[in-house]
Design a protein around this ligand. Structure first.
Ligand code: ADP
Ligand code: MG
Length: 584
């Protein structure tokens, strides 16, 4: 996501108010407590005076001191509670935004993720949301308390002398015009600073995701420069924002001094003509002084808000990425659920409008039960067939049906709960081996796990691992080999008891013995389940009930190995070269 496609929409503060709304009473309480603490702080000297005056009468010193101490302690306690409540509320706002964003990102359409930088999305959840904290306490509370004081002071000024109020307002509006120029610059710089943090996240993800390749290619220095450049860009823009914020704060201060001088001059003239008396002028000047602090806090709130608004607009963009509808998780099929029937009819598909078509009218039908193999040169569109079945993407035209029903009419979780999918290069997630196996079906009983571990020939691995099934694997634990990863992925898919099993080159990295064993397992599963495999090994392909030959986004031929060897030259060639080369 770049600045260029920044969409227009509701202003960021609407989003902020949405996150603040559940905590509005706590926020109000915090603000009131802070106000009260400030006000009572001002009253303390007066109370002290009263008490000291009283001492000349016959009151005991001890009780006077006690009362004062009690007041001071009460004031400090209220102050502490007030700032705790405010800070806590602000953290809750951050929490709300993070929850909303993480839920949303899990629902993102795969196509939306394809076109985003995961590192940048991550920065939006972690770093941009953090900025909402200051916005909530400083901007909202500052604007609220400062604004209230401001209005009250202005009303008082109007009562004292409307003419002098007019003079003051003229100066304030002058300053407002200057601020109108400065404030958008703070916003722009903050936005660019946050974008740079996002870019840094993206670069980090790129480097850490491929650290071995980066090191092996000797590309550390080049990657280091990219990371530093992003960090420096964020610094540059933050410094720019700081410069404009400083300018804004001092513009407000300067305006108030000018207002003071102007009121003095105009007020003096009015006193001379007898329009007002000197007492009125003095009172008004005092109000101009009082105006200083709320104006500073309102301007501070506005400048502080610019950073938050930049973060909010980045959050808003993430929340506008296309996502799947929210629906409750569906139950997995029962043990004896019927195998699924699947059909593609004239499916045309491309990954994006600016990319070429990947499927140019793909048509085939798969009856329930049995094994269907998809073969064809790499890039033919085989993996894409599986992605469309999972509805990671939707076809542009044509229909895909499962059990005779258009995929578009299926409830998405129900559709996916019917499918077991082993993607090409399926990853192992960090966590225990057990977590990995039960990812798609947390309710599996121990006997079933043991059985599937055996049929996928993971029992040897489990026996070898220090903590068996509970050994940590993936990121923070034991790394698995390619073949082990593939067997884990197959076991994971089988434990879902799928009605439709999709295996995309799922045994490509197995050794001959394991491959033969898994082939038997899959053949066994195909007796009760519809199985689709993308395979390169002749041994797997020949045992399929039907073979779909794909080339350049089209289905060339469908048949058995015997039929196709004579009927389809491409298949014959594949069988003669690639399959045989891959077969052991
Ligand atoms: P196969 O599995 O038969 O090797 P794929 O279905 O993976 O082929 O890919 C078919 C074509 O679609 C290829 O040209 C590939 O570059 C392209 N492609 C695959 N995935 C994406 C994607 N996420 N975004 C854009 N293009 C893609
Ligand atoms: Mg593929």
């Amino acid at each position: 996501m770049t600045r260029a496609d920044t969409p227009t929409g509701p202003p960021p503060w609407r989003l902020l108010l949405g996150y603040v709304r559940p905590h509005r009473w706590a926020l109000l309480a915090g603000a009131v407590l802070s106000l009260v603490t400030g006000a009572t702080g001002l009253l303390l000297p007066l109370v002290a005076r009263e008490l000291i005056d009283d001492l000349s009468h016959d009151r005991a010193i001890a009780s006077a001191l006690l009362l004062m101490t009690a007041l001071v302690v009460a004031n400090a306690t209220l102050g502490a509670i007030g700032s705790y409540v405010l800070r806590r509320t602000a953290e809750s706002v951050v929490l709300g935004a993070r929850r909303a964003l993480s839920s949303y990102l899990l629902r993102l359409r795969v196509a939306a993720v394809d076109r985003s930088e995961p590192g940048d999305l991550m920065a939006r959840i972690t770093s941009d949301t953090t900025l909402l904290r200051e916005v909530t306490t400083d901007s909202l509370v500052g604007l609220g308390t400062g604004g209230l004081t401001l209005v009250a002071t202005v009303v008082m000024m109007g009562l004292v002398d409307p003419v002098l109020l007019g003079v003051t307002m003229a100066v304030v509006f002058g300053a407002g015009t200057v601020l109108g120029v400065i404030v958008p610059r703070i916003n722009r710089a903050s936005r660019q600073a946050q974008d740079a943090v996002g870019a840094m996240g993206a670069s980090l993800e790129r480097v850490l995701g491929a650290l071995r390749t980066v090191k092996a290619s000797g590309a550390e220095h080049r990657e280091e420069r990219t990371l530093h450049a992003a960090a420096e860009e964020s610094w540059r823009q933050s410094v720019r924002a700081a410069k404009w914020s400083a300018a804004a704060g001092n513009t407000a201060g300067l305006a108030m001094q000018i207002a003071f001088i102007t009121v003095l001059a105009v007020g003096g003239a009015r006193v001379a003509t007898g329009a007002i008396d000197i007492g009125t002028l003095v009172a008004f000047l005092l109000y101009v002084f009082y105006l200083m602090s709320p104006i500073q806090s309102v301007v501070g709130a506005i400048t502080q808000y610019q950073t938050g608004a930049a973060a909010l607009s980045r959050i808003q963009e993430a929340l506008r990425l296309p996502a799947e509808p929210r629906s409750p998780a569906a139950a997995l099929p029962a043990d004896d659920a019927e195998p699924a029937a699947l059909a593609f009819a004239d499916v045309r598909f491309r990954y994006a409008e600016d990319l070429p078509y990947v499927h140019h009218g793909v048509t085939f039908a798969v009856p329930p039960r049995g094994m269907t193999a998809f073969v064809g040169p790499s890039g033919a569109g085989k993996t894409t067939v599986f992605s469309l079945i999972e509805r990671f993407y939707d076809p542009e035209s044509g229909t895909i049906t499962l059990d005779g029903r258009d995929l578009a009419d299926w409830d998405l979780p129900r559709l996916r709960s019917a499918i077991g999918y082993v993607e090409q290069d399926a990853p192992v997630l960090s966590g225990s081996l057990r977590d990995n196996l039960l990812l798609g079906n947390a309710e599996t009983d121990e006997d079933t796990i043991t059985r599937v571990v055996k049929t996928t020939r993971l029992d040897g691995l489990v026996a070898r691992l220090p903590d068996g099934l509970d050994t940590l694997v993936g990121h923070r634990g034991t790394k698995l080999s390619g073949g082990e990863r593939q067997r884990v992925a197959i076991a994971r898919a089988l434990l879902r008891r799928p009605r439709l099993l999709l295996l995309d080159e799922a045994t490509s990295q197995l050794d001959a013995v394991n491959e033969a064993a898994l082939r038997d397992t899959v053949a066994d599963v195909a007796r009760t389940t519809t199985v689709l495999v993308v395979a390169h090994r002749l041994s797997t392909v020949t045992m399929a009930d039907r073979i779909v030959v794909m080339d350049a986004g089209r289905v060339r031929a469908v048949g058995t190995h015997r039929e196709l060897v004579t009927a389809d030259p491409l298949y014959a060639e594949l069988a003669a070269t690639q399959f045989l080369a891959a077969a052991d």
